[in-house]
Design a binder for this molecule. Structure first.
Ligand code: PLP
Length: 442
């Protein structure tokens, strides 16, 4: 057993001054029990906690750290930018360069607006969709997370086409009441709700390939179907690529599905999503996010149009320098590497669990993967909820004791990065048999 005295002491201090001792709920380990590790430093694929324990990082800050920690190019770019000042509140060159890089990568994008978090990106995209259409209802899918936007915290209510109850206290019924929640991968439910209320619906928002209920890729034709139905009814389609953007390919999930070898080479037959949202990887570990689409849609935003949106730190010169340096290092060979590492780890994990007779399903979306502790396939949130979260908790803690930091929840994707080299992968493989044995225990 590793010592966690210093983490435990910090957690006590934190709980006195911060609700639950954390600044984002899932960090508190409530899904797995035990003491969260307070990380003191990180380098490449390794995390070191305040007690001196080292872990292979399969959390990657929930996605952003695609190059590994303290990557020399990013460190240099951040240092150089910071030496010229931290924030100006005026336009500056890095934000232009980052917007150009994003627009160049994702073919349907003509313009982006930079913001500071994924939540801000989806919130603003939603407001824009409502402003453009003059409608107020939004359709989302159960198990898809789009940040803590009031209207998007709603979960599945009592069935298809029922207005959902708020998922969180403090969300007014008026906000949640404009949200319809449908089961993911159920195009029939989408068609039915549009047949009944199509004229009220401003937008459908979906995770490009969901990763926030574990990894549940869209069934063949699902995204294309959303595009067709929204277009028929004059609603916008918002593809939330905050997690998948620049991770699943150089052009995110969109590039993965529409590139050579994807399901729709050359683009979806009925067109691209109207709006995209980005975050995580594009900030390289700093607060930078974006939403964007065709220029004609984006023209509705202030100062050109009537939809207001703003931010004191939007396009921050240090954050945009980090994002730009990160995206520039996201080359085709990086994506090949991520795919190989994901193959190796997910295959080995599955073999270890099979050897111990633990029911499980590995699901992949490019290099994103997760392991559901249930028989698959998992196509929706209801399917994901069938899993044995206690078995995951035992598995998680055995991995942690074995020097591997997984996401502390059964409902999250595992992330790998450019820095996961042979030593890091071997350390993961070495920890798996004991973790599988732990998962198998009653
Ligand atoms: C993380 C995430 C968000 C929210 O981003 P924050 O930066 O945490 O506000 C939104 N959508 C998706 C798909 C995400 O994974």
């Amino acid at each position: 057993m590793t010592s966690t005295d210093r983490s435990a002491a910090l957690f006590d201090r934190a709980r006195a001054v911060t609700p639950g001792g954390v600044n984002s709920p899932v960090r508190a380990f409530r899904g797995v029990g035990g003491t969260p590790r307070f990380i003191a430093s990180a380098q490449g694929p390794w995390l070191t906690d305040v007690d001196g324990n080292r872990y292979v990082d399969l959390l990657c800050s929930w996605g952003p750290m695609i190059l590994g920690h303290a990557h020399p190019d990013v460190l240099a770019a951040v240092g150089e930018a910071a030496s010229r000042g931290f924030s100006f509140g005026t336009p500056s060159e890095n934000e232009v360069a980052l917007a150009e890089e994003i627009v160049a990568r994702v073919e349907p994008l003509e313009q982006v607006r930079l913001v500071s978090s994924g939540t801000e990106a989806t919130m603003s995209a939603l407001r824009l969709a409502r402003g453009v259409t003059g409608r107020s209802v939004v359709v989302k899918f159960a198990g898809c997370y789009h940040g803590h936007v009031d209207a998007l915290l709603a979960h599945a209510g009592s069935g298809v086409a029922t207005f959902a109850l708020p998922d969180s206290a403090g969300v007014p019924a008026s906000a949640a009441g404009e949200t319809i929640v449908l089961p993911y991968n159920d195009l029939g439910a989408v068609e039915q709700v549009f047949a009944e209320r199509g004229e009220e619906i401003a937008a459908v928002i979906t995770e490009a390939s969901p990763g926030n209920m574990g990894v549940v890729p869209p069934a063949p034709g699902f995204t294309e179907g959303l595009r067709r139905v929204t277009r028929e009814h004059g609603a916008l389609l918002i593809s939330d690529e905050v997690m998948t953007g620049f991770r699943c390919s150089a052009a995110g999930w969109y590039g993965h599905e529409t590139g050579d070898g994807g399901a729709h080479p050359g683009g979806y037959p009925s067109g691209a999503p109207d709006l995209f949202t980005f975050g995580k990887v594009m900030g390289g570990g700093f607060p930078a996010a974006a939403f964007g689409g065709r220029a004609e849609v984006m023209a509705h935003l202030a100062p050109d149009g009537p939809v207001y949106q703003a931010g004191t730190l939007s396009g921050n010169p240090v954050a945009t320098a980090a994002g730009l340096a990160t995206l520039r290092a996201c080359t085709p060979s990086l994506y090949d590497h991520l795919g190989r590492v994901a193959d190796t780890i997910s295959t080995a994990a599955s073999e270890a669990l099979t050897a111990e007779g633990v029911a499980h399903t590995v699901q992949r979306a490019a290099s994103m993967f997760s392991i559901f502790f249930t028989d698959g396939p998992v196509r929706s949130y209801a399917d994901a909820q069938q899993q044995d979260t206690a078995a995951f908790g035992r598995f998680f803690h055995a991995m942690l004791d074995g020097g591997v930091h997984l996401p502390p929840s059964a409902y999250e994707a595992w992330f790998v990065g450019a820095a996961h080299d042979e030593a890091a992968v071997d350390a993961v493989l070495g920890a798996l048999p004991a973790a599988a044995r732990a998962a198998a225990q009653p």
